[in-house]
Design a protein around this ligand. Structure first.
Ligand SMILES: NC(=O)c1ccc[n+]([C@@H]2O[C@H](COP(=O)([O-])OP(=O)(O)OC[C@H]3O[C@@H](n4cnc5c(N)ncnc54)[C@H](O)[C@@H]3O)[C@@H](O)[C@H]2O)c1
Ligand SMILES: CC(C)[C@H](C(=O)O)[C@@H](O)C(=O)O
Ligand SMILES: [Mg+2]
Length: 350
């Protein structure tokens, strides 16, 4: 990145991915221009549709090219769950997870905030403002498994969760640092160490050890099953949650639901050591059920673009986007607005 140019990779993907990405770019371009920044974009056609057309998921030369960019804006990928033309998991593993793993996105940052004016399915949600720091490169996502005696009545399938001291420690330290910078300074480890004793104890010991470096941060622990209860009955109790890859996936969809819906939930796949570009994307998927109809809410993608700017050091521009989003969501009355109408309104409010 030069002082005035952002070298941006854009992967719009499948389904509603291109629809919401177009709106995020609309807002990003305007916010960047206001800062005197040039947004130099390179678009990459990747995803389930691209695989159907070419048989390519993420070629090595494309990955090498992506590595040279400052940052990546990602839409969403994936086929409809019932689409039998595409092997289940192929695009998720060989494209999205390959990006997260290859680019060492060990912090999967997923903020949850209940904006005023946004309806929550909870009767009395209280104030909700927490972040989930989800580990992004390990856990049961690593593809360490296999099948014995496939297709027989004696089939055995394994899916091993990989947790390294290095991987757990760096994400736990990141979560403590984020907690130390927030007003409430509270960290909750979410795991399941009563059953997953090997991985769970590593996570628990690591939290106890790293906590010594952050005496100002209080910390507690919840098993994942109990955490889902509190996410619905008392979400205000959370400030920073640190958790593994799979628990983090599940709890952030729940967190999105209690804070007004998946259309508002943003995320960053962050390489905190900055050895490769980080990648920003909405938490949601390609939503085949509403794709191509301009029904998708682009707010999550727009807020992901704000996180992207913040990561690059343009916190002021990020705050401006958030302020425009807050004004827009506060003005929503439940009536239908197209994807592009929402993008236009937020861009205009900047
Ligand atoms: N990061 C990603 O690219 C990502 C994330 C999750 C799922 N996926 C993939 O997406 C495909 C569909 O997955 P799914 O149906 O389980 O999850 P999904 O998030 O795509 O959709 C779940 C539900 O939420 C709705 N929804 C999602 N985003 C929305 C938005 N912006 N506005 C309004 N409604 C929205 C959808 O219409 C659907 O009813 C699968 O192939 C899956 O693997 C990709
Ligand atoms: C599509 C899938 C690989 C992905 C995940 O499980 O991380 C998605 O659900 C998400 O939350 O970004
Ligand atoms: Mg998910």
């Amino acid at each position: 990145m030069s002082a005035s140019t952002i070298d941006l990779a854009v992967i719009p993907g499948d389904g509603i991915g291109p629809e919401v990405t177009a709106e995020a770019l609309k807002v990003l371009e305007k916010a960047a221009a206001a800062e005197g920044l040039v947004l130099q974009q390179t678009h990459y056609v990747l995803g389930a549709q691209h695989w159907l057309e070419t048989g390519e998921t993420l070629p090595e030369d494309t990955l090498a090219d992506l590595r040279t960019r400052d940052v990546i804006l990602f839409g969403a990928i994936g086929a409809a769950p019932g689409d039998t033309r595409i092997p289940s998991g192929l695009i998720e593993r060989e494209l999205l997870l390959k990006l997260r793993f290859s680019l060492d996105h060990f912090v999967n940052l997923r903020p949850s905030r209940l904006y005023s004016g946004v309806g929550s399915p909870l009767a009395d949600p209280g104030e909700i403002d927490f972040i989930v720091v989800r580990e992004g490169t390990e856990g049961p996502y690593v593809g360490n498994g296999g099948v014995l005696r496939a297709g027989t009545p004696h089939e055995v399938a394994t899916e091993v969760s990989l947790n390294t001291a290095h991987g757990v420690e760096r994400v736990v330290r990141d979560a403590f640092r984020r907690a130390s910078e927030r007003p409430r300074k509270k960290l909750t480890l979410v795991h399941k160490h009563n059953v997953l004793v090997f991985a769970g104890h590593l996570w628990k010991r690591t939290v106890e050890a790293v906590a010594q470096e952050f005496p100002e941060v209080t910390h507690d622990y919840l098993h994942i099953d109990a955490a889902t209860i509190f996410m619905v009955t008392d979400p205000s109790r959370f400030d920073v949650i640190v958790t593994d890859n799979l628990f983090g996936d599940i709890i952030t969809d729940l967190a999105a639901a209690v804070t007004g819906g998946i259309g508002l939930a943003a995320s960053g796949n962050i390489n905190m050591e900055r050895t490769a570009p980080s990648m920003f994307e909405p938490v949601h998927g390609s939503a085949p059920d509403i794709a191509g109809q301009q029904k998708a809410d682009p707010t999550a993608a727009i807020l992901s673009a704000a996180m992207l700017l913040e990561h690059l050091g343009f916190a002021g521009a990020a705050r401006k986007i958030e302020t425009a989003v807050v004004a827009d969501v506060e003005s929503r009355d439940g009536g239908f607005r197209s994807t592009s109408a929402i993008g236009d309104a937020i861009a205009a409010a900047l």
